[in-house]
Design a protein around this ligand. Structure first.
Ligand SMILES: NC(=O)c1ccc[n+]([C@@H]2O[C@H](COP(=O)([O-])OP(=O)(O)OC[C@H]3O[C@@H](n4cnc5c(N)ncnc54)[C@H](O)[C@@H]3O)[C@@H](O)[C@H]2O)c1
Length: 342
């Protein structure tokens, strides 16, 4: 790295890339050195929204970007089915990668990324920002500390007006999205469910509904974890309001409840922690990092752990795939991870 500066490229310059660019702009010693997007309008919009990008060179593809600009790292912000090829390409160019969720749309593609990342010394991180969210960090910390005792159940719900919001976009084109709301926003809650039990998945039953769309809109799954915990995930893609997210984790030593406020859907919600008949509502929760980008850059610099390594992307791809298979077959299914790891 040149004098400590981390030179980052953005592949995909649409909606989420603007958010990432803003986050990166707030980190000392980070320079956005190049952009890649086949859509000139996306480049025009991100440059208009983030004035610091005005003079940054833009290219029609990642390949052209990598050929023209010396980079240390890249953020991949493209439609889902492109992630697998683009992450492998970036790792082959010796770049640290922050890939938007989902890392890949199948367990096989996810496994290939994790195996490739394990061969090198570049960081592969999935942009699951709940890994750095103050409330989710509190929930994970309490579970990991053992304070909740043996985890009995974990249930997560996410609801959004996703169906109307994404109508006509790549998100409802399976060849680019790899799936619907479960593959998109649902992916964050699949990650949360896995993190909050800390156990591998043993079996899954599910029902999925496309609500007249080309992709899944609503999904509910029951999960048996290898350590004995039971899990449940509900994904509502045609919610009659903007956004809601709920978590309930019960253990032999307490209960954690988390809920966002639909009136303020983008804010971190409220945690309630029940133990010994008392309820603690932690306030002023510390944020481990102000953004996923900041956590990733710290990990690149060796001052923090990788906040969401590729193996998390593999576990999410595996459970997501099991939910789709269980719904399609009407059977209780096992995840494919163990088979792929052989
Ligand atoms: N972490 C989060 O909370 C969050 C929020 C929104 C989106 N996302 C994720 O970010 C990714 C992008 O979503 P978005 O909302 O920004 O979508 P978007 O449609 O706004 O932007 C996608 C961009 O990718 C570009 N693109 C398409 N093919 C490309 C290619 N081959 N090379 C380079 N660029 C290409 C498109 O032209 C477009 O500008 C998705 O994985 C999505 O799930 C994550």
């Amino acid at each position: 790295m040149d004098g400590g500066t981390v030179r980052v490229g953005l592949v995909g310059c649409g909606g989420v890339a603007g958010w990432h660019a803003g986050n990166l702009g707030g980190i000392a010693g980070v320079e956005i050195a190049g952009l890649a997007d086949p859509n000139d309008e996306s480049v025009r919009r991100i440059k208009a929204a983030v004035p610091a990008l005005a003079g940054v060179p833009a290219f029609g593809s990642a390949e052209e970007l990598y050929a023209a600009v010396a980079l240390d790292a890249v953020e991949i912000n493209t439609p889902h089915t492109l992630h697998h090829g683009q992450v492998l390409e970036a790792l082959d160019h010796g770049l640290h990668v922050l890939c938007e969720k989902p890392m890949a749309c199948s367990p096989e593609d996810a496994r290939a990324i994790a195996d490739r990342a394990a061969l090198g010394d570049r960081l592969m991180t999935v942009s699951y920002q709940r890994r750095v969210d103050p409330a989710y960090s509190y929930l994970r910390r309490v579970v990991a500390s053992g304070e909740l005792g043996e985890i009995q159940t974990a249930s997560v719900t996410v609801g959004q007006n996703w169906k109307s919001l994404t109508a006509g976009s790549w998100r409802q084109d399976p060849s680019l999205s790899g799936g619907g709301m479960l593959m998109d926003s649902g992916s964050h809650l699949v990650e949360a469910l896995l993190a909050l039990t800390g156990q591998p998945v043993a079996a899954v039953a599910a029902t999925v509904d496309d609500a007249g769309s080309p992709v899944d809109i609503n999904a509910t799954a029951l999960v048996r974890f290898a350590g004995g915990a039971q899990g449940q995930i509900t994904v509502i893609g045609d919610l009659a309001t903007v956004w809601i997210e709920r978590v309930l984790v019960s253990g032999t030593g307490g209960v954690l409840v988390y809920e966002t406020d639909p009136q303020h859907p983008w804010r971190t919600g409220r945690v309630q922690h029940y133990r010994d008949g008392t309820v603690i509502q932690p306030l002023g929760l510390p944020a481990p990092f102000p953004s996923m980008d900041a956590a990733w850059i710290a990990a690149i610099r060796g001052t923090a752990e990788n906040p969401a390594p590729a193996e998390i992307g593999v576990a999410v791809a595996d459970l997501t795939d099991a939910i789709y298979r269980a719904a399609r077959t009407g059977q209780v299914v096992e995840p494919t991870a163990a088979v792929l790891a052989d």
